[in-house]
Ligand binder design. Structure first.
Ligand SMILES: O=P(O)(O)OC[C@H]1O[C@@H](O)[C@H](O)[C@@H](O)[C@@H]1O
Length: 746
């Protein structure tokens, strides 16, 4: 096969070359003939003149004497020369008076003198071509005559034949040498091309843009085309994969099983999904108010595996086995919770200090100054290392799939990568990523970025956060960034930076057990002593300064100012879960929220009615769901939020397709839930106006908006969020494996 192929390749060069050289030789040979003849004639002219001059005087003397014998002898001697065929002497009357015996019969004096224009001194005689030259001889006594010299020209034909032979030999040799060189160079280039194209197909310089060797320069023009083609195919395939799957726990499980190592994954987060708390003699299980836990817990139940988290509950140690593991959910275990213990000092430095006084305000830009302390940083490094060690211990292969969650663990991906180089590390950053200038104030910015670039995939909620991250890396680290594929290369590790908007479980977990909306509405109003047609607004947040709770209250206040008809007919319920209360900023914020609620209530309350009902305590998710179903409007007014899952939970809870969502434009959710009433929470009047519009919105309009938002949350549920990341991770793994295989074979 290979010989046939190379023979064909060689012939492709040799045949045209042979044709070209033959044509050239065909043109060159007559030219050479002509030149040879011309040079020979010129030689003969010179020669003839020389002989004529030499013979002139002795011949003239013998002619005067009339000595025939001596004349003939002189002529005979002269023709001893091999080329000089014959000599003759013509008298003045044109008669041939003397001649050697070799003088051609057909050549008389007159024909010797006359010259044809085309042939010149050449005459074609029966015995062959001859050169005839005539020179006048002046004798004494006024007599005249001419000496005729006839040269044999047959040697010219011989010389032409020889020259032709050499020319043909020369061209044949030239053909062989040129063919050999051409075929040799062609084979080398062909091999280079094949290797280059093979490298491109392996993805070098295309899919793995930074790997060596780079694509050969002569193939560079193809790289762009191939890359565009592959990207288009990849996008199409990703879209097809995404869109054709009905995302559910089952599809996620199948995906893990088929495309990744197996069903077990390792999740790492600071917050644990189940907190055991001692209350007197009893142990209670709490599910924390955290967007992260809301999203990741159903994924974990679907996939099984191990979730490593900080054991922060007062009864956590009592509920683990000797390996610090507990099986959860407690009522129906589906996966393992591995708890990591922190001392008060460690928690204070790593969690309260570096993560929540430093990174949280740094990334949210909500007008709270980040605080960075070296002691906090040291704890952050140490705790990240402790979690990395736990990951290595929990991994049951050398290439586990690890899902690293959030800003508490920026260093973790790099640390895991060092111990498990083949691990697939998917890091998701649940909060916004600021612009490079803002991030740049962190004293350990390079270390954090390097740590994150240990990830295989780094996910953010929105493309805008991805762009900010790429620009930050570009500003502060020595890396190579391929913007087309959103990939960063650092010291041989590739990190794909992509947006994966987080979501919630669909269908909601309490779909089959929850009370009907009418009952929730009636119950909640009854509990608050409100009439059944009373309008209810709802806010559900951790008490965090990023959530815009103060702005929301001010909007309620403004609403009542502008629309006094709503006094005693509208109540705003704020569920505010206490959070990070050990920090001054949070304590101050809790006090501000409380005081503002008191102020507004004092201003507008009448009888038992108060416009704001502040419930500053932990509520279990089922309870929150009941409030969602009872409300007429839900307000999400974050000043800055990665996604905000309250918005999606509210939408998911409303299977009656009623209720209005007022949503801050500064949340990730606002990029998806376009049918919400989008507001700028800093603009109090605008927010109040949106709240009013929500309260008077006709049922039909509510239904249309709610239907569309529900379809989005259903289709883009949390299984799809996790599934897309896992699919991308699987593709990266496959690509790496394929590249290694092709690389090995070639
Ligand atoms: O500090 P806590 O209570 O664990 O809350 C942190 C979590 O709070 C959530 O609101 C954020 O979406 C997460 O990104 C974050 O991890």
């Amino acid at each position: 096969m290979i010989t046939m192929r190379s023979l064909r390749l060689s012939l492709r060069f040799i045949i045209p070359l042979v044709i070209a050289l033959t044509l050239l030789a065909y043109g060159v040979v007559p030219l050479v003939d002509k030149l040879t003849l011309r040079w020979s004639v010129r030689d003969m002219d010179i020669r003839s003149r020389l002989i004529a001059n030499t013979l002139h005087d002795p011949l003239a003397e013998l002619l005067q004497q009339g000595n025939k014998t001596k004349i003939n002898s002189l002529l005979l001697r002269a023709i001893q020369d091999e080329r000089l065929l014959a000599l003759g002497y013509c008298g003045g009357d044109g008669k041939l008076l003397y001649r050697t015996s070799t003088f051609p019969e057909s050549l008389g004096c007159s024909s010797a003198v006359s010259q044809d224009k085309a042939t010149g001194p050449l005459h074609m005689l029966p015995q062959g071509a001859v050169h005839v030259a005539t020179y006048p001889m002046d004798l004494e006594g006024g007599r005249s005559g001419s000496l005729v010299l006839v040269h044999d020209m047959s040697f010219v034909a011989r010389r032409s034949a020889d020259t032709r032979k050499y020319v043909i030999m020369f061209f044949t040799l030239l053909g062989i040498v040129v063919s050999v060189i051409t075929v040799f160079v062609a084979h080398l280039s062909w091999r280079g091309w094949i290797d280059g194209v093979r490298a491109m197909l392996r993805g070098e310089g295309i899919l793995r843009p930074f790997s060596q060797p780079a694509v050969a320069p002569e193939l560079q023009p193809l790289v762009g085309d191939l890359r565009t083609l592959l990207r288009a195919l990849d996008t199409e395939r990703r879209f097809a994969d995404d869109a054709t799957i009905t995302w559910s726990p089952d599809s996620l499980r199948k995906l893990l099983h088929k495309q990744l190592t197996g069903e077990r994954i390792i999740v790492v987060s600071n917050r644990e999904p189940y907190i055991h708390i001692r209350k007197d003699e009893r142990i209670e299980v709490h599910r924390p108010a955290s967007g992260l836990v809301t999203a990741v817990e159903p994924v974990m139940r679907a996939c099984s595996g191990t979730w490593i988290a900080h054991g922060s509950g007062s009864a956590d140690r009592e509920t683990v086995d000797r390996y610090d593991r507990a099986q959860v959910p407690p009522e129906h275990p589906e996966y393992t919770l591995r708890r990591i213990w922190l001392t008060k000092a460690e928690e204070s430095g790593y969690y309260y200090g570096f993560a929540n006084e430093g990174l949280w305000p740094l990334c949210h830009i909500a007008h709270v100054r980040p605080i960075f302390r070296s002691s906090d940083w040291q704890q952050y490094v140490a705790i990240n290392q402790r979690f990395a060690d736990a990951v290595v211990k929990e991994a049951d292969s050398d290439d586990p799939v690890v899902l690293v969650q959030d800003y508490h663990f920026a260093l973790l991906p790099g640390m895991i990568r060092r111990s498990l180089p083949k691990a697939t590390i998917i890091t998701f950053w649940h909060i916004p990523w600021p612009n490079p200038e803002s991030f740049g104030i962190c004293p350990w910015r390079e270390e954090l970025l390097k740590g994150m670039l240990g990830s295989t995939i780094l996910g953010f909620h929105t493309p805008f956060h991805c762009k900010n991250f790429l620009e930050t890396v570009d500003r502060y680290l020595e890396t190579r960034i391929e913007h087309e594929s959103s990939t960063i290369s650092r010291r041989g590790t590739l990190t794909m930076v992509e947006s994966y908007p987080i979501s919630i479980q669909w269908p909601p977990p309490w779909q089959d057990t929850q009370a009907p909306v009418e009952q929730c509405r009636a119950d909640v109003r009854k509990e608050l002593g409100l009439p059944s047609n009373h309008k209810i607004g709802l806010g559900v947040d951790r008490q965090d300064y990023t959530k815009g709770i103060l702005e929301r209250f001010r909007a309620v206040e403004k609403l009542l100012e502008l629309h006094p008809e709503l006094v005693e007919r509208f109540t705003f319920i704020q569920i505010a879960a206490p959070t990070r209360s050990a920090l001054d900023d949070y304590q101050a914020f809790e006090a501000q929220v409380r005081n503002l609620a008191i102020h507004i209530n004092q201003r507008f309350s009448s009888g038992t009615w108060q416009p704001i009902c502040l419930k500053a305590e932990h509520h279990e998710p089922e309870e929150v769901n009941r409030y969602y179903r009872a409300a007429d409007v839900c307000m999400v007014t974050s000043l800055h939020d990665g996604m905000n899952l309250v918005a999606k939970e509210f939408v998911a809870s409303r299977d009656d397709e009623q209720g209005v969502l007022v949503l801050s434009q500064f949340t990730g959710a606002a990029h998806e839930l376009h049918e919400a009433l989008i507001v700028n929470p800093y603009h109090i009047e605008q927010t109040a106006e949106a709240l009013y519009r929500a309260l008077i919105m006709p049922d039909l309009e509510q239904r249309e908006r709610m239907l569309s938002m529900r379809a989005l949350v259903r289709d883009f549920n949390v299984y799809r969020w996790a599934g897309r990341m896992l699919l991308d991770a699987a593709r990266v793994r496959q690509r790496e494996k394929l590249a290694t295989r092709i690389g090995g074979e070639s």
